[in-house]
Design a protein around this ligand. Structure first.
Ligand code: TRP
Length: 322
């Protein structure tokens, strides 16, 4: 049995790209009885960028509501909020004292953020140590991450080795696993959907706003009557991901035959989004109106997580000299 852990950023309401690309596959993996899975909302990492408490809290709720709405089973997964297990900051401190400052200055993700952001705080710099603590605190075997996070996993292994070299074996050595074949979800401008590009589709908005976003998908200017190339069009690309095979085949022949406008295709996409996500949309709304249920779900996870965290931390404390 492998213990798998991953942290989820909570920088806003998850969009269609997050849902199809990350959340749905992660839930599927968590349901595999061969794995023991830990999933947490990295709200302490979010503090490096979000300085408004209300916003930070709401982002956590929206993120948790999304996972719950898509069927995350809190009995099978240890699902928790990072800040509910503050033991992680204690471990992050110990790790920081065993890691060379110089190595942190080489982190790509720090350099990238330092170039882009106005607020270049010390938390942003020590981010990899908190992430290493997230992992080492739970005796984790496998950490599924995006490619951009691999260096952070390398640093986690590096700090664990340095610690072991001085104090002997203490941590389980984790392995990073880049999710292969992650689906490419185009945004409304045809580029990869992402919050920073402002091209996202938020399925949790009221119908009218959702429809407006879908109607805003960029297309070329082929006339209504003329045949269209489905393989270069964003509406079709999204439809292909969401609709049934028969529906996709039908849209494909409509494109090729002509007398079928992009407006028709957008309406078909909107209908399929409503049909496919109707249930999740209702649940999301329910949870956002009952955040006490979200708190309750996260507390169950936090109490399971704390048991492991306290025992690992005990091991570490005695090694470092407390
Ligand atoms: N840094 C990760 C990201 O940006 C989120 C994260 C925080 C994480 N702690 C983690 C991922 C621990 C895996 C394991 O996506």
């Amino acid at each position: 049995m492998a213990r798998i852990l991953t942290g989820i950023q909570s920088t806003g309401v998850p969009h269609l790209g997050n849902i199809m690309g990350a959340i749905m596959p992660a839930i599927q993996m968590a349901q595999d009885p061969k794995n023991e899975s830990y999933l947490f909302i990295a709200d302490m990492h979010s503090l490096t960028q979000i300085k408004n408490g209300e916003e930070l809290r709401n982002n956590t709720y929206a993120t948790a509501a999304t996972w719950l709405a898509f069927g995350l089973d809190v009995d099978k997964t240890v699902f928790y909020r990072q800040s509910d297990v503050p033991q992680v900051t204690e471990l992050a401190w110990y790790l920081s004292c065993y890691f060379p400052y110089q190595r942190l200055t080489l982190a790509h993700s720090f350099k990238d953020k330092a170039d882009r952001l106005e607020d270049v705080n010390a938390g942003l710099f020590s981010y990899p140590m908190l992430m290493a603590a997230d992992i080492l605190l739970y005796d984790v075997n496998i950490v599924p991450v995006g490619k951009d996070q691999l260096q952070h996993i390398e640093m986690t292994r590096d700090v664990a080795s340095r610690f072991h070299a001085q104090l002997g074996d203490t941590f389980v050595m984790p392995e990073g696993k880049v999710h292969e074949g992650t689906m490419y979800i185009p945004g409304t401008d045809g580029q990869k959907m992402s919050k920073s590009k402002g091209n996202l589709i938020n399925i949790f908005q009221p119908d009218k706003k959702l429809r407006k976003q879908i109607m805003g998908i960029k297309t070329d200017s082929t006339a209504m009557e003329d045949p269209k190339d489905p393989d270069t069009d964003t509406i079709y690309a999204l439809y292909k991901i969401l609709a049934s095979q028969d529906q996709v085949a039908e849209m494909r022949s409509n494109y090729l035959n002509g007398n079928y406008g992009y407006g028709h295709a957008k309406q078909a996409l909107y209908d399929v989004v409503l049909a496919k996500f109707g249930d999740a949309r209702e649940k999301f709304e329910y949870y956002m109106a009952h955040v006490e249920e979200i708190d309750h779900a996260l507390e169950i996870g936090a109490s399971k997580a704390k048991k492991v965290a306290n025992s690992v931390l005990q091991r570490v404390r005695s090694k470092v000299g407390y």
